[in-house]
Design a protein around this ligand. Structure first.
Ligand SMILES: [Zn+2]
Length: 474
């Protein structure tokens, strides 16, 4: 490829506070329209904003985890523009002096660690929502005044996958910190991308477009890939990329123009006269710093060294704190990390995906899984039966032992019972027996399989192996 992509990301993360950033209205999602509103967040004249300390604290925590320099004095500013979902006619944001700047986040890219520089992190309020229905448009201000942290990177990404990896890592950090719930479908985490191309080796940036509306990792990757292809085509045909904002349309699989920058806003930022400068001292910074828990990268490294897990498994199991906690609690009970990891990576994650459940509302708790795995380990049931039992547990939320009792699934190692099953299998397969005796020893596995089938998977495979070997030697 002749061209190199240059990509920067802006992520808006909704800070997980009970109240809005400048008033005491609730931030709960899915409340009846305009229920979470008051004169402040609907922009009535004469009202005064009061900064929510909790929002600052969450913003600080995110900034410190992202290795940012905290500005001990930051300023709120009015970003002026008119839009029906913004009743004040301006949004309170931060401009010249943001809460934090000059951080970085490390991501894995092509088996290397790449440092993505964070330009700034600032606090701002969200706007309301326009709802267009036929001839009318309605406004819901529940979201107006909800606290956001806007996290802006330097243009450090060179491909779509890198960008998606960064958002995945960033989301994991914000969730570990309990700063943002990371729910992309509900809009708690929104991502915009600035994308331009330049001939390889050139230093100057090309003309960029901004892509909005990418509300999943998959869409971030697809939208950026699409935009890179689109711009490549234009440049190769000798055309010129227009600076504009484009929307990702997931149903069409394309980005479409939204508005061009010719009519770009001049926001006329100026300091918000109703809010004093935000001052953060060392004591507060240290206190927040000490509350930062072990995050995904460190936890992943620890899972590899402490439990001997492969890097791939460790990565997936530590991406969310809840999944990592589930693993560690279960492992303590079962004392076999590899076994727990295998079951979680295959059975558990597959069932969660099929049932569209998350680990938080999973119908099999970690201690229920531990009980099941200990029964498999002890040989009370076979691994194969265990998998069926697990499916049933997911479906009905009952314990492994009660299911085994109810369905009589206990593994059988009664010698007499197994010997008679072996006899029957050998009697029913005389040709195979002859071939085996003639030297085709790989047929041994076939006989074991037949015995397992005959006993509906309940025979203890280890005992079957021993008895069958003895029988065939006769
Ligand atoms: Zn309010």
């Amino acid at each position: 490829m002749k061209y190199e992509a240059v990509i920067g990301l802006e992520v808006h993360a909704q800070l997980k506070t009970k109240q809005k950033i400048f008033c005491s209205c609730s931030t709960l999602f899915n409340k009846p329209q305009n229920q979470n509103t008051c004169p402040v967040c609907t922009g009535m004249p004469g009202v005064l904003p009061v900064l929510n300390k909790e929002a600052v604290q969450r913003g600080l925590k995110a900034a410190l985890a992202l290795n940012c320099k905290i500005n001990k004095k930051s300023i709120f500013a009015r970003k002026n523009y008119f839009y029906p979902d913004l009743p004040k006619g301006y949004q309170i944001s931060q401009y010249n002096l943001p809460l934090a700047q000059d951080g970085y986040l490390e991501i894995e890219s092509d088996d290397n660690i790449k440092k993505i520089r964070i330009h700034r992190l600032h606090l701002e309020e969200d706007a309301g929502k326009n709802i267009h229905c036929g001839e009318e448009s309605r406004l819901n201000f529940n979201r107006a005044g909800v606290p956001l942290a806007e996290i802006v990177t330097e243009p450090d990404f060179r491909g779509a996958l890198e960008a998606a990896t960064y958002v995945r890592e960033l989301r994991s950090i914000l969730q570990y910190l309990d700063v943002c719930d990371g729910n992309m479908e509900e809009g708690s985490l929104r991502c915009d991308a600035n994308i331009s191309l330049r001939p390889k080796g050139q230093k100057e940036f090309g003309v960029k477009t901004e892509v909005k509306n990418m509300n999943s990792f998959k869409f971030i990757e697809r939208a950026i890939s699409y935009e890179i292809e689109r711009q490549t085509e234009i440049l190769e045909e000798g055309g010129r990329v227009i600076q504009e904002t484009r929307l990702w349309d997931s149903s069409k699989g394309k980005t479409l123009p939204m508005r061009s920058k010719e009519e770009a806003h001049d926001y006329r930022y100026f300091p918000e006269p109703d809010l004093r400068p935000l001052l953060v001292d060392d004591v507060w910074i240290e206190k927040v710093k000490s509350s930062i828990p072990e995050l995904h990268p460190e936890k992943k490294a620890r899972f590899i060294s402490q439990y001997g897990l492969p890097a791939y498994d460790a990565d997936i199991l530590t991406l969310s704190k809840d999944l990592a906690d589930y693993f560690e609690s279960c492992t303590k009970e079962v004392q076999d990390p590899k076994m727990v990891s295998n079951w979680m990576m295959t059975e558990l994650l597959r069932e969660l995906k099929d049932k569209n459940q998350s680990i938080q509302n999973c119908s099999v708790s970690w201690n229920a899984l531990a009980e099941l795995l200990n029964l498999v380990k002890k040989g009370t049931i076979s691994g194969k039966v265990g998998k069926d039992v697990f499916k049933e547990m997911m479906k009905r939320g009952v314990s492994a032992s009660s299911l085994i009792e109810e369905q009589g699934l206990k593994q059988v190692d009664d010698k007499e019972f197994l010997v008679s099953a072996i006899h029957q299998v050998l009697k029913e397969n005389p040709k195979e027996l002859e071939k085996y005796r003639g030297g085709q020893e790989k047929l041994f596995g076939f006989f074991v399989g037949q015995v397992m089938k005959l006993t509906k998977g309940q025979a203890n495979p280890k005992a079957v192996n021993e008895l069958l070997r003895a029988k065939l030697k006769e």
